[in-house]
Write a protein that binds this ligand. Sequence first.
Ligand SMILES: *Cc1c(COP(=O)(O)O)cnc(C)c1O
Length: 375
Amino acid sequence: MIPFNKPYASGKEYEYLKDAVLSGKISGNGKYTKLCHDYFQKKYHFKKALLTSSCTDALEMCAILQDIKEGDEVIMPSYTFVSTSNAYILRGAKIIFADSEVNHPNIDASKIEALITPKTKAICVVHYAGNACEMDTIMALAAKYNLSVSEDAAQAVDSFYKGKPLGSIGDVAAFSFHETKNIISGEGGMLTVNNDKLIDRSEIIWEKGTNRSAFFRGEIDKYGWVDMGSSFLPSELQAAYLYAQLEEMDNIQNRRKSIWNQYYEGLKALETQGKLQLPQIPTYATNNAHMFYLVTNTLEERSALISHLKKHDILAVFHYLSLHDSPFYRDKHDGRDLPNSDRFSNTLLRLPLFFELTDQEVNKIIQSIHQFYTS
Ligand SMILES: *Cc1c(COP(=O)(O)O)cnc(C)c1O
């Protein structure tokens, strides 16, 4: 069976794990955590980077930093992972789900302004498949209505909007290093902070509401409880694994892009014939090859294609189910139809894409899809 995803160790992961254990410190905020923070701050100019145990954790930190309170409204796409909305639900927010673009699962920036009310506090964008949302429009709306912007950049490591790194545009952003993402540490994530006013507080929330980080830097002579917070920081084991992956970033990204391009070239003819649609990357966005997806014409066709591929030992999987229509949110949603989100829920299919996937395997998958559409 060709799996959908396979986590891997591409470089010095075991060496760094061993080093972390032998160093006698495997709790958080040690040598490897600092190496990872420096890497991200230098390479992508994030004003502050803080590793977290997951992107879910980083999103929860975003909602706290954005000062979301009971009854505040937060606008986000319906086509996203539950963690994007849970982070705000946990703070008592009301989620206002927006539709996707016609040709991309990303939030349709042109539909946001109509959803803004006096209660709106924030917009949370999701860079689906690592492709940037239309950030100029979104940041202009945020400035006009005095809203905070968070980026769910879970899938968006090493990807850009008009040359700006994703995760460096909103007030705050959240990345994931879950084993299904490009750069991994099993479970893992990162908060980035770009709004100067939120930087000091981010470190406090990260350290359970204490000013312990400033204490360890020698900036204060004792530390205590100064704000709300939680245990968001990961252990050095996760950070050691992650740092080894970061050292291999170019190698990993190049291989993923090569697989992505092979799929695109191999399936283009089917798109020309109107059998399916391939990903459309907006001109302002880069492709970090997080995911290769195709869009079928109907739900029935997608189910049949999944079965066909399974019969040929290939695991392809669909993705999100519109959150506005989920059992948890259906009766809280205001009833607006979100047709593009629903269409991607029904017809988007993700193909295997991981570092160790071979050219022969990619070719087998392409041939198998052609066979499905010609029989
Ligand atoms: C993977 C993912 C998450 C959650 O990441 P974790 O690290 O597993 O918490 C959140 N949002 C999006 C868009 C994701 O793809």
